[in-house]
Write a protein that binds this ligand. Structure first.
Ligand code: ARG
Length: 572
């Protein structure tokens, strides 16, 4: 139990013993939310505003604070003082240090892990790239938020299913095959991959402007894919392989994995039963030749299911996919990590599922995120300024290599560290703000070793490791936790003690950035501690306590970085 939760429970107890008859008093849980950190540390470590009790007790807050303080018996946890209607707490620093360190030592590298999610399954739909299109920097967020959430849920004991819902269905693939047959070559596509495919697609559109008959040919090729024509299928499958081969390079670099690549084409034969079900349930209505589910009473445009030409669409496949996932994985939650532009799409899908009578529709969540721009410029495919993720990552590694060369010319495995730091800088930036916020990626910020950045946190981790390497035999000395009662140690301990809670909150809010924030705060607190105190000096029991604190900081930073998909080098 972390300190705040403990204090809240103790206040609840104190309140009950002082006013056993009173009604409408806040629960321990509510008290927990009311506890605040005073702006001036001289006022205490925590403060409880007694205003919330005034009505139930029919008493003025300052009086309540006084009576509560008088009734307080938990001096070993904290001493208290009433100030202007607040009950102020001064933690017993030595006890707090001893308890927090005991919890950290007992859990080791699993500190913050739990079995909260035992027996529960979470499906995560992330990255979900489109075939024959290149990964651009805009794909970074879905990939990394999804990957991070998967690690977070795994750490909390959930069973997770990572799904790359490939965009591998649509008339554009007929056009691409048509273009390939006319102007393409196997060697070229093999050698240049997605670039070659993109050129074919662009050329198709250019030529089709002059020669509209091409469109019919493209449609005919798509029909062949639909009918399973061997030649069409062979080319289509091969396009897919080439795309995934390229993507695999990026996934490898980022350390991202999936449990399933069931994309849109996987659901082709699973849509008919869904359409039938919609029809049976009286949900399908005809509108201008198309079949839709009316959502007027939900103040949404109708959800298109079958176009007037008989073709199904993205939404139809998403309905089939959701039902398939529930039937296959029996998920407790199905998360869709997709840009917020698709907000309406998901609201429609979830509402249709609800109308179909699926109670689990409420367990489907669109985990939306904002846009990413690059050095102040929006990324738009139409304007052509697309920053390819692969190039960005390569550049990050090169730049990190230069900085490392300058800062640590004697480092042994510079290439490996440059890779970890360069990638870490990019991923950290992506996961540094609330996911719904737009992000502007800037090199100077991402690679600033002294600012709030991936390299800064990684560097702090390496610094901890370096201290520990020098600690030698101190590891065997029994620590005296009362050496950790100074302001800096306490600030660090407080952050460390809150970490398990941060992980749970990040999971609850689908917000990896909360972990990014926490590791950054911990890194800053550690550095402050490091500058103010001589960790290895003085008598051994005190030094052993400081070493243990350093090791705890190291471990928690490492775990935090892991949870947001960043590696933690031991030397930098
Ligand atoms: N491939 C889609 C796109 O890039 C994202 C798919 C998201 N997942 C889903 N089940 N719709 O726009």
């Amino acid at each position: 139990m972390d300190t705040i939760t403990r204090l809240a429970a103790l206040i609840a107890e104190c309140m009950k013993s002082r006013w056993p008859e009173a009604e409408g008093l806040p629960s321990a849980e509510e008290l927990r939310g009311l506890l605040a950190v005073p702006p001036d540390p001289a006022l205490g470590d925590y403060a409880f505003p007694c205003f919330r009790l005034a009505k139930s007790l029919r008493m003025a807050p300052p009086k309540i604070a006084e009576e509560l303080c008088a009734a307080w018996t938990q001096e070993s946890t904290a001493s208290v003082r009433p100030v202007n209607g607040y009950m102020n707490f001064f933690l017993n620093r030595a006890n707090f240090a001893a308890e927090t360190m005991a919890a950290l030592l007992a859990a080791g590298d699993r500190y913050g892990a739990s079995d909260l999610g035992a027996g529960k399954t979470i499906c995560l739909d992330y990255s979900s790239i489109n075939i024959a299109k290149r990964f651009h920097i805009g794909h970074l967020s879905t990939t990394m938020i999804g990957h991070s959430l998967k690690r977070i849920y795994d750490f909390l004991g959930y069973t997770t299913v990572g799904i790359n819902h490939l965009g591998d269905w649509g008339t554009q693939f007929g056009k691409m095959i048509c273009a390939y047959k006319k102007w393409g070559s196997r060697e070229d596509v093999e050698a240049r991959g997605i670039d070659a495919m993109t050129e074919l697609y662009v050329r198709f559109h250019k030529e089709a402007e002059e020669n509209p008959a091409l469109e019919d040919e493209g449609r005919a090729w798509f029909k062949k894919i639909e009918d399973g024509d061997p030649e069409a299928m062979e080319i289509f499958t091969w396009f897919k392989d080439v795309t995934l081969r390229d993507a695999a390079k990026v996934y490898d670099t980022l350390g991202v994995t999936f449990d399933s690549y069931a994309g849109e084409s996987f659901y082709i034969d699973k849509m008919e039963p869904v359409i039938q079900e919609l029809r049976d349930k009286g949900l399908l209505v005809q509108s201008q030749g198309a079949w839709v589910v009316d959502l007027e009473e939900d103040h949404m445009p109708p959800c298109l299911i079958i176009k007037s030409d008989g073709a199904t669409i993205y939404a139809t496949r998403d309905l089939a996919a959701a039902i398939y996932r529930q039937n296959t994985y029996h998920f407790d939650k199905c998360l869709y990590v997709v840009a917020y532009q698709q907000d309406l799409h998901f609201r429609q899908i979830f509402r249709v599922l609800e109308k179909m009578g699926y109670p689990w529709a409420k367990d489907c969540v669109h985990v939306a995120f904002g846009m990413i721009s690059f050095e102040g410029e929006a990324l738009s495919t139409r304007k052509g300024n697309v920053v390819h993720l692969e190039d960005l990552l390569d550049q990050a590694v090169v730049k990190a290599r230069e900085i490392i060369e300058e800062k640590s010319p004697n480092l042994e495995n510079k290439d490996e560290v440059a890779r970890q730091v360069g990638i870490g800088a990019v991923v950290y930036t992506d996961l540094s703000a609330n996911r719904i916020k737009d992000i502007d990626f800037r090199w100077d910020r991402a690679l600033n070793f002294d600012g709030e950045s991936g390299p800064y946190v990684q560097y702090t981790h390496a610094r901890c490791c370096s201290v520990l390497r020098k600690a030698g035999s101190l590891a065997d000395v029994t620590p005296d936790w009362s050496a950790l009662t100074d302001d800096e140690a306490q600030a660090l301990l407080r952050l460390l003690s809150r970490f398990p809670e941060v992980i749970r909150e990040a999971a609850e809010k689908y917000e990896p950035s909360m972990i990014t924030r926490a590791v950054t705060d911990i890194a800053q607190a550690f550095n402050k501690y490091y500058y103010e105190h001589r960790i290895l000096d003085g008598e051994p029991a005190g030094a052993a306590a400081r070493v243990a604190l350093t090791d705890a900081a190291r471990s928690v930073i490492r775990t935090g970085l892991y949870l947001i998909g960043i590696e933690a080098p031991e030397r930098m």
